[in-house]
Design a protein around this ligand. Structure first.
Ligand code: NAD
Ligand code: ZN
Length: 234
């Protein structure tokens, strides 16, 4: 297989999506007809869905959290952690995933732009709490500081993704942009590559299926991230 050669001077920004965790046993959206584990997005991944039925939403994310603890990072996650070790100050990993598998594989510079399953926060005082510190037997877990309902620390559709300033700063400086395991359907993440290409940045894609935004990818590798990534960087 053709290798990607990175230069000493390169600054790499990587964007990952649900596809990189597929080989760990976590289902993607697209593999489930646009549903998330058999639920409609409006019901479990919007503020309105939470307002309407908070216990259903909590049940859903408790299941996702428990499942994320049961699975393990795969060779794709480990390959990115290794790459970061080789270029520690020239590397930024932005993920749309909420499963925490990049950090568990050893990645350090990770921006979880859509939040994480491993924390939640109070709907009133906003205090964050670790999921492993709260009583998950409650239908709707309660904030220990103020007694109001907690909510999952997930960026739902219609909400502003986290750490966008840092991401745009990274995009401004990057010389190589690599998109992995994302369908290019969820915005604003799907815009990042157009922005990179407009700046003349080298763009690389690794995906099982051709993504929506393939026209913006200079070098495309079709296949599974866990098989391709460990062999890809020379
Ligand atoms: P998506 O489900 O829309 O697309 C997944 C993409 O990954 C598809 O293009 C598919 O071809 C590709 N893919 C599947 N298996 C692959 C593999 N083994 N190797 C490489 N590519 C593979 O995912 P998305 O674009 O990330 O958007 C989904 C949204 O849902 C995200 O915002 C994310 O927050 C959320 N989500 C997260 C998880 C997770 O944390 N693991 C899982 C499901 C959904
Ligand atoms: Zn509170």
């Amino acid at each position: 297989m053709q290798k990607i050669t990175l230069k000493e001077s390169d600054l790499v920004l990587i964007l990952t999506g649900a596809g990189i965790s597929a080989e760990s046993g976590i289902r993607t959206f697209r593999d489930s007809d646009g549903l998330w584990e058999n639920h409609r997005i409006e019901d479990v991944a919007t503020p309105e869905g939470f307002q309407k039925n908070p216990s259903l939403v909590w049940k859903f994310y408790k299941e996702r959290y428990t499942h994320a603890l049961e699975v393990n990072p795969n060779p794709g996650h480990y390959a990115l952690a290794e790459l970061e070790k080789r270029m520690p100050n020239r590397f930024l990993l932005v993920t749309q995933n909420v499963d925490g598998l990049h950090s568990r594989a050893g990645s350090k510079q990770v921006i979880e732009m859509h939040g994480t399953l491993h924390t939640c926060f109070c709907t009133r005082c906003k205090q964050k709490q670790k999921m492993n510190n709260i009583d998950l037997s409650q239908d709707i877990p309660i904030c220990s500081a103020c007694g109001k309902a907690l909510r999952p620390d997930i960026v739902w559709f219609g909400e502003m993704p986290y750490r966008m300033d840092e991401i745009y700063h990274g995009l401004d400086k990057a010389t190589v942009f690599i998109t992995i395991g994302t369908s290019g359907n969820v915005y604003p993440a799907a815009y990042f590559i157009t922005q990179a290409q407009r700046r003349g940045v080298r763009t690389i894609g690794i995906n099982k299926d051709k993504p929506e935004n393939i026209e913006y990818i200079d070098e495309f590798y079709q296949g599974k991230a866990g098989e391709i990534l460990p062999e890809l960087f020379s």
